[in-house]
Design a binder for this molecule. Structure first.
Ligand code: ADP
Length: 183
């Protein structure tokens, strides 16, 4: 199976953790827009300055910013044989832009990590990242439900969605993901 992959799921589903271990296991670069944005904030770039307050509120950074970042990243040599997108696309406009970047071949698989909402809120409050207060957690879940979850139907129509149960240890979930990618 090809290795142009996307991992999707609500914030707090453990996507980021799984993305890191999965990339190591299958040898593709991890393309995380959340990490790229946090890196800009940390380095104090102009883009970081624009994104910081938006991220702290739990809202989405404007599409044009993340689309430009991803377009550039996927053009790098190490992404030519595959990649794992994490945190992008999050909106219909981002999904359309990604289609334009990838062309006809498109994504090979979309891993959807499924975790019940009560569990998510609990996990995110335990994680204690600076944008993980109870209010932002609620905002991010609502943004996910309204803007990102609809992308699952879009990719389901294309026959590339692979749902995975996100409950259990990191190793358990990784094994399930590797399993669905192999089948
Ligand atoms: P999580 O998976 O926990 O939601 P991320 O690290 O993916 O966290 O993203 C953190 C924040 O960065 C988001 O809440 C949002 O403000 C911003 N962000 C990341 N990716 C995108 C994107 N594709 N479009 C818009 N904003 C984004």
């Amino acid at each position: 199976m090809g290795k142009r992959l996307l991992i999707l799921g609500p914030p707090g589903a453990g996507k980021g953790t799984q993305a890191v271990v999965l990339c190591r296991a299958i040898g593709v670069p991890h393309v995380s827009t959340g990490e790229m944005l946090r890196d800009h904030v940390g380095r104090g770039t102009e883009l970081g300055a624009r994104a910081k307050a938006i991220m702290e509120s739990g809202d989405l950074v404007p599409d044009d910013i993340v689309i430009a970042m991803v377009r550039e990243r996927l053009g790098a040599a190490d992404a030519a044989c595959g990649f794992l997108l994490d945190g992008f696309p999050r909106t219909r406009a981002q999904a359309e832009a990604l289609d334009g970047v990838l062309g006809d071949a498109g994504l090979d698989a979309v891993i959807v990590v499924e975790v019940p909402e009560d569990e998510i809120v609990e996990r995110m409050l335990l994680r204690g990242r600076s944008d993980d207060t109870e209010d932002t957690v609620r905002t991010r879940l609502a943004v996910y439900r309204e803007q990102t979850a609809p992308l699952i139907s879009l990719y389901t129509e294309r026959g590339v969605v692979r749902p995975v149960d996100g409950l259990g240890s990191v190793e358990d979930v990784l094994a399930r993901i590797v399993g669905v990618l192999a089948s």
